[in-house]
Design a binder for this molecule. Structure first.
Ligand code: MTE
Ligand code: MO
Length: 362
């Protein structure tokens, strides 16, 4: 077992498996999330791996299967650093559940999201060394953890199309904010797929397999897929779902928080915005009248292409009840959907409707 008391300032949703979010105020405080505030999402155990015993295996449609120790990875390859945000596809599930119940899911607020500076080796360098066979289309990853799904003991896995796997931003990361990964975040090595939902960034990665088809691992094949509103757990045909990949354009108000009471006057509204799509976030808007009119909220901090941005606006508001909504626009002129209803899906994924908070000013 790992030391979960180290995470006492996270919002703990579940002890086994361990699932904890970053309180919204805390995650908006620093652009790079400190270790003890980084959210944790696990579907199974947290394996404690001894570095000297660890081996990474690369196999499947490669000219030569390879095996690496952590020292091999640290000494034989160029190391690269990237600042990237991880966000769970289940972020803001609580809002969807409030609309219509969702069963058996962790009801995350907008809190399974955090940013780190990661260091590791490029996946493409490893794959090139193994030699990619012509029929290979997907890269599958499998972890060392143990989860229980459909009555079986399995490890968490995912896969991505070969083109993404070969992109220079995709790392096998061993370091997070300058120190080795902690057990909860995948020590000694995890996949880092910037721009994709974090479920594809397999922790404690043990095998990397090149194949002609996507992974048949439960978490790739029968989870983390998006279905229309009328599909339920009873009627679902997993083959029909949309595999979740790129992070959708989204923005969230972190402070004030919903239900808060403050003194009337100058109110500082702060939040984050995120996208994984090619078009970058261009501007942020707030509305105080349920979307009839919008005012700009300047972006304060925006660094890497793969990281969130922070925005902020100061509003002068009289005493009374207030409601603020936020939406982001990207450089392709696209914005977020207005309402939750059409977005509802029985797994509670990909909620990027206009985020809102209500608060009282005295
Ligand atoms: N091996 C393994 N990798 C995993 C998971 C897991 O349960 N097991 N959870 C995934 C999901 S759903 C998310 S959102 C991220 C969470 O990463 P973090 O715990 O480092 O924040 O890891 C992903 N990688
Ligand atoms: Mo996730």
């Amino acid at each position: 077992m790992s030391d979960q008391s180290a995470y006492s300032h996270l919002t703990i949703y579940q002890e086994h498996p361990f699932n904890a979010g970053t309180p919204l105020e805390a995650l908006r405080r620093t652009f790079i999330t400190p270790h003890d505030l980084f959210y944790i999402r696990s579907h199974g155990s947290c394996p404690i791996v001894k570095q000297e015993d660890y081996r990474l295996v690369v196999n499947g449609m490669v000219r030569q299967s390879l095996e690496f120790s952590l020292t091999d990875l640290l000494t034989r390859f160029e190391q690269q650093t990237i600042t990237a945000t991880l966000v769970c596809a289940g972020s803001r599930r609580n809002e969807l559940a409030a609309l219509h119940p969702l069963s058996g899911q962790v009801l995350w607020d907008a809190d399974p999201i955090s940013t780190a500076t990661w260091r590791g080796v490029r996946l493409s360098d490893i794959l090139q060394m193994a030699g990619i066979e012509e029929e290979a289309r997907y890269v599958a990853f499998c972890g060392l953890d143990e989860a229980h799904e459909e009555g079986e003991r399995i490890s968490f896995g995912s896969s991505v199309r070969l083109e993404k796997a070969l992109s220079p931003e995709v790392l096998l990361a061993h370091t997070m904010n300058g120190t080795p990964l902690t057990p909860e975040h995948g020590f000694p090595l995890r996949v880092l797929l910037p721009g994709y939902i974090a479920a594809r960034s397999v922790k404690w990665v043990q095998t990397i397999t090149l194949q002609s088809q996507p992974s048949t691992n439960y978490f790739q094949d029968r989870d983390y897929k998006l279905f229309p509103r009328d599909i339920t757990a009873e009627t679902v045909d997993w083959a029909q779902g949309e595999t979740l990949e790129e992070i959708r354009l989204n923005s969230v108000i972190c402070t004030p928080h919903d239900g808060e009471t403050r003194k009337a006057g100058l109110i500082n509204v702060q939040g984050y915005a995120i996208t994984g799509e090619d078009a970058a976030i261009e501007h942020i808007e707030l509305s105080l009248d349920r979307g009839a009119t919008w005012i700009p909220a300047p972006i304060m901090e925006k660094t890497d292409r793969w990281a969130w941005c922070f925005w902020e606006a100061t509003l002068e508001l009289p005493p009374g009840e207030h409601q603020v909504m936020v939406r982001a626009w990207n450089s392709a002129g696209k914005t977020q959907p207005e309402s939750l209803q059409p977005l509802w899906n029985f797994k509670g994924y990909a909620n990027n409707a206009w985020h809102q908070v209500s608060f009282h000013l005295s």
